[in-house]
Design a protein around this ligand. Sequence first.
Ligand code: FAD
Ligand code: SF4
Length: 333
Amino acid sequence: MQTFKFIRPADSAAAIAAAAQSKTAQQGADVRFMGGGTTLIDLMKLNVETPTRVLDINRLPLDKIEDTPDHGLRIGATVRNSDLAYHPRVQRDYSVLSQAILQGASAQIRNMATVGGNLLQRTRCVYFRDTAMPCNKREPGTGCPAITGSNRTLAILGTSEHCIATNPSDMCIALAALEATVQIQGTKGPRVIAFGDFHLLPGSTPQRETVLEPGDLITHITLPPPASGSKQLYLKLRDRASYEFALASAAVVLTITNGKITRARIALGGVGTKPWRSPEAEAALSGKAANDVTFRQAAEAALRGAKPQSENGFKIELAKRCLTHALCTAAAS
Ligand SMILES: Cc1cc2nc3c(=O)[nH]c(=O)nc-3n(C[C@H](O)[C@H](O)[C@H](O)COP(=O)(O)OP(=O)(O)OC[C@H]3O[C@@H](n4cnc5c(N)ncnc54)[C@H](O)[C@@H]3O)c2cc1C
Ligand code: SF4
């Protein structure tokens, strides 16, 4: 691990000014914020991330969970994943988020990991984490060995010829289905980004994963008021029952009135290069009878654009069954 300077900025303005000196906000940035450090320090030990300055943001006043005037929820960027998962309002009104967080990582990691850091966790693609290998995301222009190599766990939706890395987050899948927004403070002032616009598809620039610019600090995530009477579920399928990333997952938020689906918000994990909201599945559900046939049709629609590689074709049927089962279970709850 290369040597670096550890700095505790006095306030957000100092943190943003220091981070703005970085040439990029993404991979390769030489000044980095640190939340829990469970991604950043991990990757620094592997020499995948090599910042010269690490800005510890844990003393900034961003650790509160507060009701918004319209009965939504405003979550500070340094709130720990565990604190969010066990917050009474999250458990009552946004249970899909609580379920998703509690199915991720381990209790120890969730106690350290922050909300802001979770949004920016990096892919678990084995080539990305091995500096002896080429990787377009880590070193742009060097190639993507995963496309012809080990790709069993990688993405089937949103891929490009330059990168097929999966976004590994569970929490972000629930945030996508809940239509969260991301509050950012940067050198030009504050701005708000819809969750679906925050992460970028890899395209020809897989090293650029989000819309963040140098100096941009995530300050809060906001959840809109909960959909009244909604049924929520997060289902995660993986190689072992705990401490493992998703092969396929589904976050569903359904409102059913008199047997008909009046509102559906659907997102998939483990299969997309970004947290994968599925407007196709939502359209296939909206206004239809809440039954097994409708649910399978929605799953077919969600995976219609899937592009498998040599080892991950099984994910198409797995993701369809995951979403169908999540919808059946939520509807019956
Ligand atoms: C062994 C292991 C297993 C795991 N399993 C799972 C799993 O099953 N599911 C899952 O979803 N996750 C899993 N994780 C990932 C874990 O959830 C993330 O590492 C964690 O959420 C990152 O949060 P952090 O606060 O530690 O981030 P950090 O490591 O502190 O930061 C991550 C990135 O975010 C940037 N950053 C942090 N805060 C801000 C901010 N406020 N504004 C702008 N940039 C910021 C940092 O500069 C860095 O680039 C696992 C991790 C490990 C190590
Ligand atoms: S899939 Fe993406 S992260 Fe993995 S080797 Fe290819 S470019 Fe790198």
